[in-house]
Design a protein around this ligand. Structure first.
Ligand code: SF4
Length: 349
C-alpha cells in the first residue's frame, strides 16, 4: 500500500471540531481533526470507541444531532467546496450520491418492508432524475453482480431479511456505489460479521475502490483491518489524531505509544501466541468531558513525563507524511517552555 500523492484530492478536512453540550459539561468529541483523501485512496480512521472516529464521519456527512451536537469549527472541502457551509437541500444532493455511506448493521439503512429492487431503483432515481426505472433496474442488477450476489436478477426481488448478514452488507455496498459515489465512508462495515465474511467484504470494497476510483474512508477500532486495506491511517484518541502515516510506514515505525499498543494488540499468525494472552492497553479511554489541556493518554502511557501531564503535545512531522502528537519527539526547549507556561498558569489560578 502506498500513498497516492499525484492523485486528485477529493476531500480535505481541516481542523474539524465537533462539540456536544451535556449537563456534565462540553464534550469535545472531535477537536481539530485534519486529513486529505485522494481519488482511489483508502484512508483508515482507527481508535477505541469514544475516540471521535464516527463523530468525524457524521460531522462530514452533516448528520450530527443538533442539539446537543454542533460542528463548531473547521472545513470539509469536497471538490473545493466547504460542505459544512451548504444548505440542507444542497447537502442532500451530495449525501448518498457523491459521498455514500455503509454502516455496521445494514438493517438500519435498508427498509425491511421494501424489496431490494425498489430500494435500489429509488436510490438511483433520487440522485439521477433522468434515469428510467428500467435503466435503474438494469444498473442495480449489474451492481449486485459486481458485489458477488449470485442469481442477481432473481435475488433483487427479495426483501432484506431474505439475505444473510454478509450478503446484506454486499447489497449496501452495491447501493452505495450505484450512484458512482466519489467517496465511500464505511463505518465498522464488518464488525457484525464472522471473520471469513469480514475478509471477503473488505476485499470487495478494496477491489471496487481500485476499479471505480472511489476513495474510501474506513472507520474501525481494529488496526489489523487496515493493514491489508488502507493506503494511509489516522489514529484517533480522545477526539484528536495522535498519529497519521502511510500504512506501511505506520507499521514499520509506530511512533505514538498508543499506536504501539494498538499494533501489539493485533493478533498475529506469524508469532507463537498460544497460551500467551493477547496484549491489551491497560486502563480506560479518558472521559472527554472538560478534558484538561495535557496529553489525554498520559494515565495509560508508560513513557509519560511531567510535561505530558501539563500541556498538549505539539505535532511533529517525522517525514514522508508521517506525523505524531507526542512529547517524546519535541525538543528540550519546547518541553521546558510548556512546563514553565503551565506552572505560571497554575500559580495564577
Ligand atoms: Fe505518552 Fe507523553 Fe507521548 Fe502522551 S505525550 S503519549 S503521555 S509520552
Amino acid at each position: 500500500m502506498s500513498l497516492k500523492p499525484n492523485a486528485k484530492v477529493v476531500l480535505e478536512v481541516k481542523d474539524l471540531r465537533t462539540h456536544f453540550r451535556t449537563d456534565a459539561g462540553i464534550v469535545k468529541a472531535v477537536d481539530g481533526v485534519s486529513f486529505t483523501l485522494h481519488e482511489g485512496e483508502t484512508l483508515g480512521i482507527v481508535g477505541e470507541s469514544g475516540s471521535g472516529k464516527s463523530v468525524t464521519n457524521l460531522s462530514i456527512m452533516r448528520l450530527i444531532p443538533s442539539p446537543p451536537g454542533k460542528v463548531v469549527g473547521g472545513e470539509a472541502l469536497f471538490e473545493g467546496v466547504d460542505i459544512l457551509q451548504l444548505s440542507e437541500k444542497q447537502m442532500r444532493e451530495i449525501r448518498g450520491n457523491k459521498i455514500s455511506m455503509i454502516f455496521q448493521d445494514p438493517m438500519t439503512s435498508l427498509n425491511p418492508f421494501l424489496k431490494i429492487s425498489t430500494q435500489m431503483v429509488e436510490t438511483i432515481r433520487l440522485h439521477e432524475k433522468d434515469v428510467s426505472k428500467e435503466e435503474a433496474l438494469k444498473r442495480s442488477i449489474e451492481m449486485l453482480k459486481l458485489v458477488g450476489i449470485p442469481s442477481a436478477e432473481k435475488r433483487i426481488q427479495s426483501y432484506p431479511h431474505q439475505f444473510s448478514g454478509g450478503m446484506r452488507q454486499r447489497v449496501m455496498i452495491a447501493m452505495a456505489l450505484s450512484c458512482n459515489a466519489q467517496v465511500l465512508v464505511a463505518d465498522e462495515p464488518t464488525t457484525a460479521l464472522d471473520v471469513t465474511i469480514q475478509a471477503q467484504i473488505l476485499e470487495l470494497i478494496n477491489n471496487l475502490s481500485s476499479k471505480m476510483g472511489t476513495a474510501v474512508i474506513l472507520i474501525t477500532h481494529d488496526l489489523g483491518v487496515v493493514a491489508g486495506m488502507c493506503d494511509q491511517v489516522c489514529v484517533m484518541y480522545a477526539g484528536r489524531i495522535v498519529e497519521k502515516a502511510g500504512t506501511d510506514d505506520l507499521y514499520a515505525r509506530p511512533s505514538h505509544p498508543y499506536t504501539e499498543g494498538l499494533i501489539k494488540s493485533v493478533p498475529r499468525m506469524d508469532t507463537k501466541q498460544k497460551g500467551n494472552r493477547l496484549f491489551s492497553i491497560e486502563g480506560q479511554p479518558p472521559n472527554v468531558i472538560d478534558l484538561p489541556p495535557c496529553c489525554p493518554f498520559h494515565p495509560r502511557c508508560n513513557k509519560a513525563m511531567d510535561v505530558c501531564r501539563s500541556a498538549y503535545p505539539p505535532v511533529k512531522d517525522l517525514g514522508s507524511g508521517h506525523e505524531v502528537a507526542c512529547w517524546l519527539y519535541a525538543d528540550e526547549a519546547a518541553k521546558k517552555a510548556a512546563l514553565a507556561e503551565a506552572q505560571t498558569k497554575e500559580k495564577a489560578e
